[in-house]
Design a binder for this molecule. Structure first.
Ligand code: NAD
Length: 322
C-alpha cells in the first residue's frame, strides 16, 4: 500500500486530494493547523500541526522510523485577491517558513517524492490577446503580487533540494480553482465563490458589486480537474513546473453571467474599486497534457455543481442568524 502525507488537508484542495488518494488505495495522513470546515476528513490519521515550526514539519513527515512514499505540500496562508493584497506580510512570512522547513524536513527524512502547490501568480501580467505563455517564461520574473514571489522562491528552493538530496520534486502552478467545500465568505474567498455567494444572496432582478469593470480575463478550474492534474503529475517523471488550468478563458463579467444563468436570476453588475489583479491570462497546458490530463469541466458544468453548494451554505447561515 502506498503512503502519503497531505499538508493542508484541512483546506479546500487538500481535503479533495485526500479523498482521491483514498480512492486510489493509499494510506493517508492529513496535516493542517485546522480540521476541515465542511466535511469529515477521509484521512487515516490527522495531525494538527503548525508547519511554520521545523519540529512540526519533521513530525508531519516521519513514519515508523522512516517516511512516507509521497508528500503533497498544499499548506499555505492563502486567499483570493482581496486577501493577497491586504495580507502581503503574513503571506510572505508564514508561507516562506512553511516551505523552508518542509523542504528541509523532506531532505532530512530522505523523502522520495515531494509535490509543491504553486500558482500562476508567479507569471507577469498579460494583455488580452497575448499568445499562450509556457512555464519557462516565468523567468525573467515579474509577478504581480507578493504571493507570486513567495511561490516562485519556494519552487526554486524545492527544486534545489530535489537536485541536492535526490528528491523527486513535482511542481504544479494552479490556475484559480473552485468547487464545493471551498472558502465562500470571510474575505479569503476567490472570485467564483464570491460571485456565487453574492448571487445566492440577491433576489432575481437584483444588483451585485464586482471589483473593476469586469473585463479581466481568467481561467477557472473545477476542483476535480485540479485533483486529477495533481495526481497525474505526481505519478509522472516531469521534474519542471507544470501549469494546470481549464483551457476556457472568460471575463469576470462572463463568470457573473454564467453564475446568474445557473441560478436562473437576472443580475445587474455595479463596478466598484477593488484589487482586480492582472488584466489577462493565457497559459500553455502542453506539459500537463503530456500526462494524459484533460479538463472535464467547462465553466458552466463546474458552476452548476458549485452554485447549489454555496446556495445551501448561504441558506444555512441565514437560518443560524435567526
Ligand atoms: P486553503 O486555504 O483552503 O488550504 C490551505 C490550508 O493550509 C488551510 O487548511 C490552512 O489551515 C493550512 N495552513 C495554513 N497555514 C498553516 C500552517 N502554519 N500550518 C499548517 N497548515 C496551515 O487553500 P486551497 O485553495 O486549498 O489551496 C491549497 C494550495 O494551493 C495552497 O498552497 C495555495 O497557495 C495553492 N493554490 C490555490 C489556488 C486556488 O485557486 N485555490 C490557486 C493557486 C494556488
Amino acid at each position: 500500500m502506498k503512503t502519503a502525507v497531505v499538508c493542508g488537508a484541512g483546506g479546500f484542495i487538500g481535503s479533495h486530494l485526500v479523498r482521491r488518494l483514498k480512492k486510489e488505495g493509499y494510506w493517508v495522513r492529513g496535516v493542517d493547523i485546522k480540521r476541515p470546515e465542511f466535511a469529515r476528513t477521509a484521512v487515516d490519521e490527522f495531525l494538527k500541526l503548525d508547519l511554520r515550526l521545523p519540529k512540526n514539519c519533521l513530525k508531519a513527515l516521519a513514519r515508523d522510523g522512516g517516511t512516507v512514499d509521497e508528500v503533497y505540500q498544499l499548506a499555505a496562508d492563502m486567499g483570493g485577491m482581496g486577501f493577497i493584497h491586504s495580507a502581503e506580510c503574513e503571506i510572505m512570512h508564514n508561507n516562506m517558513l512553511i516551505n523552508v522547513y518542509m523542504t528541509n524536513a523532506a531532505a532530512a527524512l530522505k523523502m522520495p517524492r515531494y509535490f509543491f502547490s504553486s500558482s500562476v501568480c508567479v507569471y507577469r501580467d498579460m494583455m488580452p490577446g497575448e499568445p499562450e505563455m509556457h512555464e519557462d517564461q516565468a523567468i525573467p520574473a515579474n509577478p504581480d503580487n507578493e504571493y507570486g514571489w513567495e511561490k516562485l522562491y519556494s519552487e526554486r528552493m524545492a527544486m534545489a533540494y530535489g537536485r541536492k538530496y535526490g528528491i523527486k520534486v513535482r511542481i504544479a502552478r494552479f490556475q484559480n480553482c473552485y468547487g464545493p467545500e471551498g472558502t465562500w465568505r470571510g474575505g479569503r474567498e476567490k472570485a467564483p465563490a464570491a460571485i456565487c455567494r453574492k448571487i445566492a444572496e440577491t433576489e432575481d432582478g437584483g444588483t451585485i458589486d464586482i471589483w473593476g469593470d469586469g473585463s479581466a480575463i481568467r481561467s477557472y478550474t473545477y476542483v476535480d480537474d485540479m485533483i486529477d492534474g495533481i495526481y497525474r503529475l505526481m505519478q509522472s517523471e516531469i521534474d519542471k513546473p507544470v501549469n494546470i488550468g481549464c483551457p476556457q478563458y472568460v471575463t469576470v463579467k462572463e463568470l457573473v453571467d454564467t453564475v446568474a444563468a445557473v441560478a436562473k436570476k437576472k443580475i445587474t453588475v455595479r463596478s466598484v474599486p477593488g484589487p482586480v489583479g492582472v488584466h489577462s491570462r493565457n497559459f500553455s497546458n502542453d506539459r500537463i497534457y503530456s500526462t494524459g490530463w484533460k479538463s472535464q469541466f467547462d465553466l458552466q458544468k463546474g458552476i452548476s455543481l458549485n452554485y447549489p453548494w454555496i446556495l445551501k451554505q448561504v441558506k444555512k447561515a441565514a437560518r443560524e442568524q435567526k
